[in-house]
Design a protein around this ligand. Structure first.
Ligand code: HSE
Length: 335
């Protein structure tokens, strides 16, 4: 294609989108970057040369073939349809939650439900927590049919954006210097030396919005029947990057850890790290910066017996959970 643009290029996800385009040698003549905070500055790309960041204008974005959006839901609600409906039929891949739950908008993880969706004008990227867990859950669902999914998450500070990372880093640095963690301004509670069992707003049913996103999005992406139940407890932990998840599933068919290990070894986007004897299992430190979601601690569930397994995943939520997912959708569109 002639050009791909990134909207929100200076945010945590926008920066990773550019890295993915470079790293995967995306077939475009030009990359344009839009970001109101960084407009006027120059980004030196090893593949696409020096790029001057532009201030957002509808006309400029409509000149591009593909638009990767890493902006807020409100911004996306207002502008994505106008960009997608522009003179060049720009394809928009949106990372916010603005379009994920609209019935007529595809919510896509390319390796799972991307087929037949490539030409759609506006495609939604899933929530990062959903995407990371889905990579392991999908092959299991295909072979054994999910009946119940219980998930607890361990979500890195970067999931809340640059301000979240800064508050964790500053909090730890101040503790080293002064022996006390400053009062939090961004998170509801101090994150260093703590975990916070709340991400996003509480809903009427007692779950948070982050937790319900996992339920809603797995239902939509996998096309689950209403009687398949998915529940999540989402927790912020003081890691910097990569989300981890402890997952228990009950299946319709008998399932065994050895079979699941074999199944996941050949699954796209997944790396089995499961050698308890040598203390090898998924950890966010190792998953950071990698495309594949690590899966390990695979064991028969003593709760659900022969129709249940439990496992642990760690995946870079800025990559599989956001930038990488969007770039693979775009790659499939230009093939
Ligand atoms: N909402 C997630 C989090 C990030 O706060 O960790 C991406 O969905």
């Amino acid at each position: 294609v002639d050009s791909v643009c990134i909207l929100g290029c200076s945010g945590a996800v926008g920066q990773e989108m550019l890295k993915c385009l470079e790293d995967r040698d995306f077939p475009t003549e030009k990359v344009r970057l839009f970001g109101n905070r960084s407009a006027g500055s120059t980004v030196s790309s090893k593949k696409f040369g020096d790029i001057v960041v532009e201030k957002f204008s509808l006309e400029a974005v409509q000149e591009c073939d593909i638009c990767l959006m890493a902006v807020s839901g409100d911004f996306s609600k207002e502008w994505a349809p106008k960009i997608a409906g522009g003179p060049k039929n720009t394809q928009v891949i949106d990372n916010s939650s603005a379009w994920r739950y609209d019935e007529d908008k595809p919510l896509v993880i390319p390796e799972i439900n991307g087929e037949g969706r490539v030409g759609e004008p506006l495609i939604a990227n899933p929530n990062c927590t959903t995407a990371v867990g889905a990579m392991a859950l999908w092959p299991i669902h295909q072979k054994y049919k999910l009946k119940k999914v219980l998930m607890s998450t361990y979500q890195a500070a970067s999931g809340a954006g640059a301000e979240g990372m800064a508050e964790l880093e500053n909090g730890l640095a101040t503790w080293v210097k002064d022996g006390a963690v400053p009062k939090p301004e961004f998170f509801a509670h101090q994150l260093p030396f703590n975990v916070i069992p709340q991400i996003d707003k509480f809903q009427e049913n007692g779950y948070t919005k982050e937790e319900m996103k996992v339920t809603w999005e797995l239902q939509k992406i996998f096309g689950l029947d209403d009687d398949v139940k998915v529940a999540c407890t989402a927790v912020r932990v003081p890691t910097l990057r990569a989300h981890s998840e402890s997952i228990t599933v009950e299946t319709e068919e008998p399932i065994s850890p050895d079979d699941v290990r074999e199944l996941l070894k050949s699954a796209p986007g997944v790396k089995v790290v499961d050698e308890p004897g040598s203390l090898k299992y998924p950890m966010p430190l190792n998953a950071t910066g990698n495309y594949d979601v690590e899966v390990g601690r695979i064991r028969q569930s003593i709760v659900f017996g022969e129709k249940g397994i439990e496992f642990f995943v760690s995946g870079d939520q800025l990559l599989r959970g956001a930038a990488l997912n969007a770039v693979i959708i775009a790659e499939n569109a230009v093939k």
